[in-house]
Write a protein that binds this ligand. Structure first.
Ligand SMILES: Cc1ncc(C[n+]2csc(CCOP(=O)(O)OP(=O)(O)O)c2C)c(N)n1
Ligand SMILES: [Mg+2]
Length: 898
């Protein structure tokens, strides 16, 4: 029976009965003898042969995808730690103290600030082994490694930066107090500490999936000859609780499939999350081992510290191993929360063979037995093995204790995560536990510890970082500027469309294909799709630029002879991500931040079903914004009524609301290809040439209609958010209405203007609004300025300038919820009526949907007549007449209730 089977028997109690123990013994002894005489390789070979034989006999059982509950790296294979372990322990103890003091201070002064002590307490050795031996800094010859830090362990990263002289005591003292300046943010946020943090990880799950795609983009850029990745590595330190997030595990198979051996996850398995045990009744480490093994990763378990080695050496009958395997995590936590005597009583004494192994040890010695994730030697060997492993990504599962060293105040307690203050007794215990050179006053005042610059500790610390290429984390700000070709060199078809019918999606794709041919910008473009290239008419790109695949193409595509054949290649440019919006978005983030990670500026262009963007992966976009991405998100098949038949889950009427709430997102809903080209050109200049930290969200539609040419001089207004598209005069004395529209609904607005002039003697002005959110943003700025600057000449917002000089009512209609035009409502100095698509979408024709949501030309015309009647400009009877003539449904409940 393998140790794994023993474990499953022990844990689940349902192993097979042994019919012939003697025979079993003989087999096991035979195997042991082979390994003794022929070595491990021979042992493994024989097992493989037996396994194949068993498969052929049809008795090949399913082998559990986890190994025994022991360290993966056997003692005799363990790489030797090359540094001074005792010194590293002393330095780490200081980091522990400074991290603790930082959180405790903030909470002593202001109880409301929060912060975490226990997570870094469990991760300190993991971080430090990385910092002292593996994480390469920016001056390293091949460039810096990329490290995703567990967010709530950030006090530990600050504590190290303090000892390295990168942060001051004042800054540490202002942990979580950022508003007055000189403060440190709670979690890694490049937006708030742009020279320091590279990757935002505060929202669980985003770090892991982003890390996978970061490693993948590094390969992609290398294969395409844009960077030399060398052996740069991506490291991610994550929590065991965090692995519950679908995003954390959603991209594991991609990493294995693409053989990303430049990627290592280190999972801090402290067996706890916020509320309590991660898997009280099971074993998170074994579960994660199965998961990662199944996904194709190399798994290294670091469970037991060096002081367990002699015990395992004596454990020839595997009694100890069996008992460890049979202990569930809830029990491990209780053992962890208690002292050596308790462990003797409740663990070692349960089996006489196990008890015998520790008979010579005192309770204090038992108490001091470390878990592997707190042992520098074990961790060093695991990190080295991970770095050197080829052909697969590696996960290190490091078993630790949450709140390690916090004693009664938080070691392995269910409340550990929330512990933010320690009483004086707990601080004294901590000082004793880690042998810290702190006076009583230091304890009382929570003074930070920094040894003299020429102390052994500081010299070691500096020397290690110097050897590894400087401090980390460090975000570089600028990439290279990429010149954007003149817009008429690639977008004339849109700027001078002259009434030619096309959809704005088609226009976007054409802009992209044209730009891909530009010698300088072309190679920097990273087109990304999530299995929707055909939907958006991009199949021509398959052949034009190739689909990236590190394996090249190992087959003849079915459509080989076609112009649009499915061409995969190692140098391919298109990232075809498959059906994973979270993955595609992570890919986009990696490309959109390449300027700050690799110093190479790219133009990522992720095109997707707009409903599956902000709504589906909005939190990833929020983190992208934090990370100062630069690139285009193209929400295609946009609008609640423009995507016709697709129905409730596909039709997007809200993404512009979410987009507007992201401060550095510039969102536009252009109606026409020429508007799109102007916005695209402006955005490309802003992001790639001027290097501004903004990104663009553009909605494009799949409805074909006649595209006008660009009105002369409209560029600036298009960027600012609105321009006057036209006016429709009935006769000189006619009442006037103003109509605003965006996206595909602008066309309904235009026809409504014609109906009003022809059928109701109403004149109108039509405004094409390219972005209600940009209009609102600027107007809020102006409003604020006016509020804070009394007695100074009043400023006027752009929307006020556009609409001044008339008191005529305004009707605004879009393919989004009313809240979208509602963004500008308080800046409109005239009656303002908003039409929109609030409610659930449903499948039908565009015309039927627009009638249903009351955004079609007739409803717009009626809304205009009503607004004029309310303003006393015409008789209400006309409204009734129009409703009757157009057959509008006055009986049904509002669409948003149906
Ligand atoms: C998406 C998301 N949900 C919830 C949280 C709140 N949260 C922060 S840390 C944490 C527990 C983390 O547990 P684990 O990953 O095991 O890390 P540990 O602190 O144990 O090392 C939770 C629930 C969050 N930050 N992000
Ligand atoms: Mg945990």
């Amino acid at each position: 029976m393998s140790a794994a089977d023993l474990k499953s028997t022990a844990v689940h109690g349902n192993g097979p009965e042994d019919q012939d123990p003697l025979e079993t013994r003989e087999w096991i002894e035979a195997l042991e003898a082979v390994v003794r005489s022929g070595g491990e390789e021979r042992g493994r070979f024989l097992l493989k042969q037996l396994e194949m034989q068993a498969q052929q006999l049809g008795i090949g059982g399913h082998v559990p995808p986890y190994s025994a509950y022991r360290n993966t790296i056997a003692l005799h294979r363990q790489a030797a730690h090359p540094g001074d372990v005792a010194l590293e322990e002393r330095i780490t103890a200081m980091m522990r103290w400074n991290a603790l003091a930082m959180v405790a201070r903030a909470n002593k002064a202001y109880g409301e600030l929060g912060g975490h002590i226990a997570s870094y307490a469990s991760a300190a050795e993991i971080f430090e082994i990385g910092f002292n031996h593996f994480f390469r800094g920016p001056q390293s010859p091949q460039g810096a490694d990329l490290v995703y830090f567990q967010p709530h362990s950030s006090p530990g990263v600050y504590a190290r930066a303090f000892l390295e002289g990168r942060l001051t005591a004042v800054e540490l003292g202002n942990y979580r107090q950022e508003v007055g300046g000189q403060g440190l943010c709670s979690y890694p946020h490049p937006w708030l500490m742009p020279g320091f943090w590279q990757f935002p990880t505060g929202s669980m799950g985003i770090g892991p999936i982003n890390a996978v795609y970061q490693a993948r983009l590094m390969r992609y850029l290398d294969h395409r000859g844009l960077i030399t990745a060398g052996d740069r590595h991506v490291w991610g330190v994550f929590g065991d609780g965090e692995m519950d997030e679908p995003e954390s595990i959603g991209a594991l198979t991609l990493a294995a499939r693409e053989k990303l051996d430049n990627l290592t996850f280190v999972i801090n398995c402290n067996l706890q999350r916020l509320d309590g045990p991660v898997r009280g009744n099971g074993q998170i480490i074994q579960e994660l081992e199965s998961l990662f093994t199944g996904a194709g990763w190399n798994v290294i378990k670091v469970l037991w510290g060096s002081d367990w080695d002699p015990l395992f050496a004596q454990d020839t009958g595997h009694a100890l191993l069996r008992q460890l395997a049979a202990t569930v995590d809830g029990e491990y936590q209780t053992l962890g929360a208690n002292d050596g005597a308790y462990n003797q009583e409740h663990f070692f004494r349960l089996d006489p063979r196990v008890q015998k192994l520790v008979a010579h040890m005192s309770s204090a010695q038992i108490d001091a037995l470390k878990r592997g994730g707190h042992d520098f030697r074990k961790l060093y060997a695991a990190f080295a093995a991970a770095r050197d492993h080829g052909g697969q990504p590696t996960v290190i599962l490091a078993k630790t204790k949450k709140g390690y060293g916090m004693g009664k105040a938080g070691e392995s307690r269910n409340t550990s995560h929330q512990q933010k203050k320690l009483d004086i007794e707990a601080l004294q215990d901590f000082r004793r536990r880690f042998d810290l050179p702190l006076s009583d006053e230091d304890l009382e005042k929570l003074n930070f510890l920094r040894p003299a610059d020429d102390s052994e500790e500081m010299r070691y610390l500096r020397a290690r970082r110097e050897a590894l290429g400087g401090s980390l984390p460090a975000r570089r700000g600028a990439g290279d500027a990429v010149p954007i070709p003149p817009v008429d060199s690639y977008a004339t078809f849109a700027l001078q469309a002259g009434g030619k019918p096309m959809s704005t999606t088609m226009a976007a794709v054409r802009l992209l294909s044209n730009l891909l041919r530009d010698k300088v910008l072309g190679p920097r473009i990273v087109p990304i799709v999530a299995d929707e290239a055909r939907t958006f008419g991009m199949a021509n790109l398959f052949r034009q630029i190739g689909i990236y695949s590190p394996m090249g193409q190992l087959y003849t595509p079915e459509d080989d002879s076609s112009m649009l054949s499915y061409k995969e290649s190692r140098e391919g440019q298109l990232l075809e991500e498959g059906i994973t919006e979270a993955g595609a978005l992570s890919s986009w983030v990696a490309a959109a931040t390449a300027y700050s990670v690799h110093g190479i500026t790219l133009l990522p262009f992720y095109i997707y079903y707009s409903m599956f963007g902000f709504q589906r992966v909005g939190d990833l976009i929020w983190a992208a914004a934090d990370q100062r991405v630069r690139g285009f998100l193209i929400g295609a098949t946009a609008g609640r009524t423009t995507l016709g038949g697709e129905g409730l889950q596909h039709q997007d009427g809200s993404s512009h609301i979410a987009a507007a709430m992201i401060p550095n997102c510039r969102a536009y809903d252009p109606a026409f290809a020429c508007e799109l080209a102007v916005i695209f050109d402006h955005g490309a200049h802003q992001m790639l040439e001027r290097g501004e930290d903004v990104f663009y969200y553009l909605t494009v539609m799949n409805e074909n209609y006649a595209q006008p040419s660009l009105p002369p001089g409209a560029e600036d207004s298009i960027i600012r958010g609105m321009y006057r598209y036209g006016h429709y005069d009935a006769n000189v004395a006619a009442p006037t209405i103003r109509l605003m529209g965006s996206g595909a609904i602008l066309r309904e607005v235009i026809v409504a203007a014609e109906l009003l002039a022809q059928e109701w003697q109403v004149s109108s002005e039509v405004w094409s609004v390219t972005s209600f959110s940009e209009l609102a943003r600027e107007a809020h700025d102006v409003e604020r300025w006016n509020r804070l600057h009394p007695r100074q000449p009043r400023k006027q917002s752009f929307i006020e300038q556009c609409l001044e000089g008339s008191k005529a009512p305004i009707v605004a209609a879009t393919d989004y919820v009313r809240a979208y035009p509602g963004m500008v409502a308080s800046f409109v100095r005239a009656p303002f009526v908003m039409l929109g698509t609030d409610g659930f979408g449903r499948s039908d024709t565009r015309a039927a949907l627009r009638r249903f949501f009351e955004v079609d030309r007739q409803h717009i015309a009626v809304a205009a007549l009503r607004a004029l009647a309310d303003a006393g400009e015409l008789n209400e009877d006309l409204v009734a007449e129009a409703i009757a003539r157009y057959g509008l449904d006055t009986h049904s409940a509002a669409p948003w209730t149906r």
